[in-house]
Design a protein around this ligand. Sequence first.
Ligand code: HEC
Length: 97
Amino acid sequence: MKLFTAILATAAIAAFAAPAAADIFAENGCIGCHDATKKKMGPTWKDIAAKRAGDKAAIVHAIKEGSKGVYGKIPMPAQAKAAAHADALADAILAVK
Ligand code: HEC
């Protein structure tokens, strides 16, 4: 039971820690197609972070120029409005575990 309580507490802390990163995705209009762990039209941040670990430049490039054929058939258009934040967005994606 103690262990269960500890797991719950850890989950609660993780849930409270998440918003800062989640906000940047909401502010830049990414969450309609992406979620940290739930597959939507686009791949999950988790899958992207795993595939692009150590390759932040590829993430920045995809945000600025768009991406197609890497994860499936649906392409992502260039995220023009988010281009100025591409660096911070890439950091936030790579931080998703
Ligand atoms: C209209 C839906 C849509 C929106 C809005 C969108 N994406 Fe995507 N995104 C996709 C799809 C679909 C893919 C998969 C493309 C592929 O297979 O190459 C993708 C792929 C990506 C990738 C992986 C690129 C790679 O080559 O590894 C990154 C990073 C990404 N998106 C970031 C973002 C960010 C940041 C935003 C918000 C600024 C955003 N996306 C908004 C649909 C979207």
